[in-house]
Design a protein around this ligand. Sequence first.
Ligand code: KIV
Ligand code: ZN
Length: 391
Amino acid sequence: MTTDKSAQPRVLIFDTTLRDGEQSPGATMTHAEKLEIAQMLDEMGVDIIEAGFPIASEGDFAAVSEIAKRSQNSVICGLARANYKDIDRCWEAVKHAAKPRIHTFIGTSPLHRAIPNLTMDEMAERIHDTVTHARNLCDNVQWSAMDATRTEHDYLCRVVEIAIKAGATTINVPDTVGYTAPRESADLIRMLLERVPGADGVIFSTHCHNDLGMATANSLAAVEAGARQVECTINGLGERAGNAALEEVVMALKVRNDIMPYRTGIDTTKILNLSRRVSTVSGFAVQFNKAIVGKNAFLHESGIHQDGVLKNVETFEIMRPEDIGLFAKNIAMGKHSGRAALRAKLKELGFELADNQLNDVFVRFKALADRKKEVYDDDLVALMQDQGTSE
Ligand code: KIV
Ligand code: ZN
């Protein structure tokens, strides 16, 4: 295990909230909102921002162009299908960036090959021609084999080799329909690294969807097998059940760095703010028990847990809330809360009670908690004032 973090392999974080995330039905963002989110992603240390799909609409083109012009640190990437028109339009938008990237893709699995009705050879030729075209425009080209996890291995190796020879600098291996599982995700990356000539000269990327709830696990397994770019979105926003959540991938690599010794460039203290902003502008509420950024992710209600965290926070917390930018209290008062939590909470509110007073208040607090889902600070103050025990 490497304890010197700077010596650990660096995993690039590719955020696609503004492209795959915005493809969630109903998650459309305005131009101004996209610029704001892109700036926040850039400030947080995201390596690559996929800012949109320039040929999809005038609005997408304008947003990608403006984000490219304003970008400070991040590579700015646009998506393009495997045709010259898409690629040219993408380049027109991203070329303003200090660090532009063209991301072109085609579905390589049998199901996806059937849609444009291309034979394997015809598709291979299309990949060669379009990646060559993109590379003539831009030094930084990502090629994706859409539905890679359901593509025949021999064919996948063949087309990845073609894309590398044509000049792709990043090869993305998407689990487009969230079908894979961690061991298979790792095996696929390992297989490509072993079998494809030239694989050691490019970055392999993982792009996992969450249809079976395994997007984060699949992404991490791919990293352990050699992927050095993870594609993800804030709050796991994305098509259907979403994409791998940036906050989960990044915090897993931070908290379990002992067993997954890879570093990212993300300033994790900015995660919560970004999560809240993306939730507001997309209109997608974050579920209460969502890992890392859910309202309840750092809250304790039961007496045993509250007593534990009051004595030693590590009893029930595996990461520090301030590491994601959360500074609020971690105790939620409800019917499962115990005396220790009530005493601590009342002290925080300015009420220091003798044991007999606490016993009395505790009985009335439990009765109130039985009637209410959550007991707020104001309820406790009212409870104390009713009794006149304020000091
Ligand atoms: O899920 C997917 O395959 C994609 C590609 C466009 C990369 O989003
Ligand atoms: Zn996707």
